[in-house]
Design a binder for this molecule. Sequence first.
Ligand code: PEP
Ligand code: MN
Length: 322
Amino acid sequence: MIVTLRSDADPEAVRRALVERGLWVRALRSERGVSFWLEPSSASVDPVMLRGIEGVDAVAAPDPGHPRVDAQSPVVDVGGVRIGSGMPPVLMAGPCSIESEAQVRRIAERLAPAGAQFLRGGAFKPRTSPYSFQGHGEQALSWMRRAADATGLRVVTEVMSAEDVGAVAEHADLLQIGSRNMHNYSLLKAVGAAGRPVLLKRGMAATVEEWLASGEYLLVHGAESVIFCERGVRGFDPATRNLLDLGTVALLSRVHGLPVVVDPSHGCGRRDLVAPLARAALAAGAAGVMVETHDAPGEALSDGPQAIEPEAIPTLLEGSPR
Ligand code: PEP
Ligand code: MN
């Protein structure tokens, strides 16, 4: 936002008034005098209130570029589960990869009584190495759907390419866009066109504005709703797999009023840190968590070191205020 001043204003008094309201300001000087640029990291303020400050002439707010995201309800319904602010935290859990029909069934049978609402799992896997297990594809979608139907769970799974949107939409309640595809605009258009709720993971080096713009792509092309999922950004320190950005979770949830869930499994890469980070995420304002669970992590075809036991998922909610 840019705040311009009247010619008779005292710029220092206006600057103080802005800083008092939690705004980070940068003075812009021109032949027309001083105006102030409000940094995006500032507190949120009502332009009408800013116009009321003595000496302020006008407040210009740039077009946010994501009007549909801004207008989205803070609570969305996916398969009868309401997800968002003020709702009980939602638990999405399951293996990194769907490895066999028996595996997903065994895990679902342990997750449902533990309190999960969504079964997660990759049928199409975005692996960094082409030599790693790539997923069982379409047949894994049916295995997952059957396991979910037998246990009363909903399905969330990733769609990696436009040609698979139909099959994934047929089997899943919630279509997941993975971190590596957040910037894949042709995929976002194709997934949006399915007219279904979407879980949009944050790109591993995406700014909040880029993430919101990807959400806008989905909504403008027809997605029913978008749930944002923070899964850690690329940090400078390999001590944890990624850098779980809970500041942004608080910002999206509490300032933007958007449904956001957190994936602490990919966020830290270690099973011993999953529960504390899940609790921190809920305290920050997350509407739920997505975690990887496995019944034999040592045998997992992908991401075994971060998988927790299905029975451990209630511990993720310990101390949750909701
Ligand atoms: C996943 O959730 O299966 C996954 C691959 O995560 P991400 O896209 O966050 O790496
Ligand atoms: Mn994984």
